[in-house]
Design a protein around this ligand. Structure first.
Ligand code: GDD
Ligand code: MN
Length: 260
């Protein structure tokens, strides 16, 4: 004890072996929610379990957009159960869109890494240790979950939804050649300062945000690692991706094509 007070290098700041998370690393998970009352307790439980078992330092930031189904009350309960250092509820008054929900959440993040994922159990926390390992492997700026490589895949979507997703990826691949296989996915890990830079550059607000982030990342020469993931369609509740989002995706894509 005395030696620590006397300023002897504490274990924490000793050099960690290459390729392993250090004790200083902290992972901030951003969970945007809109009507996810049934899913939230499960996803949070799985996240806490995953982080406890793997020993990484973490926090979970819930960005609820005034969900009419009472998601916010559930989040408040979870904050009490797991502690307000682990679960941070940072809600907004009304539904303001997915892109700005991430921006809002990131303002409150204290980690040096940010993990973005859906709250509806389509993204399984079991992949997070693989993301972290991948990131450390080559000190990637971004690690992106991919449904379109290796063992990755999509389960439970109907043909229409599969075509929309494949189509969006295909058209974007051709127009913009982004150097990543899953452009519209939203299960990713970022270095915090990288995410901050990217957000400053991004103009879109809705679902197209994910795709723009990867395009901008390539422009700025950030390195991207990929981890195959299985995306499983939600059981509870419904997707918020409507016709409007598809139209704004196409508009966003054309804007990017014209401006990059
Ligand atoms: N706070 C907030 N505000 N959260 C939102 C909003 C919003 O306006 N809209 C959606 N969410 C939350 C949902 O509650 C969920 O946790 C997550 O964002 C994803 O929304 P879903 O409605 O489940 O999206 P999806 O399953 O149709 O689409 C998924 O796959 C797409 C790619 O195929 C998402 O991962 C998309 O980001 C992705 O582009
Ligand atoms: Mn979903």
């Amino acid at each position: 004890m005395a030696s620590m007070e006397a300023g002897v290098t504490p274990a924490k700041s000793r050099r960690e072996p290459e390729g392993r998370p250090s004790a200083r690393d902290k992972y901030s998970v951003l969970l945007p929610t809109y009507n996810e009352r049934e899913n939230l307790p499960l996803i949070v439980w799985l996240l806490v379990k995953c982080f406890s078992e793997s020993g990484f330092n973490y926090e979970i930031i819930i960005i609820d957009d005034g969900s009419p189904d009472g998601t916010r009350d559930v989040a408040e309960q979870l904050e009490k159960i797991y502690g307000s250092d682990k679960i941070l509820l940072r809600p907004r008054e009304k539904k303001l869109g997915l892109g700005t929900a991430y921006i809002h959440g990131m303002k409150h993040a204290t980690g040096n890494y940010i993990i973005i994922m859906d709250a509806d159990l389509s993204h399984h926390p079991k992949f997070i240790p693989e993301f972290i390992r991948k990131q450390k492997e080559s000190n990637f700026d971004i690690v992106s979950g991919t449904r379109y490589k290796g063992n990755g895949g999509v389960y439970g979507w109907d043909l229409k939804r599969k075509i929309i997703s494949r189509g969006a990826n295909f058209v974007t691949q051709i127009l913009l050649r982004p150097g990543a296989s899953d452009l519209t996915g939203s299960f990713r890990l970022y270095k915090k300062e990288v995410l901050q830079k990217l957000i400053e550059k991004c103009v879109s607000k809705g679902y197209v945000f994910q795709m723009e982030m990867i395009i901008r990342a390539r422009q700025l020469n950030y390195t991207i690692g990929e981890v195959p993931i299985s995306f499983v369609d939600r059981v509870y509740g419904e997707s918020k991706l409507g016709g409007n989002e598809i139209v704004s995706f196409l508009k966003g894509l054309l804007t990017l094509f014209a401006t990059t």
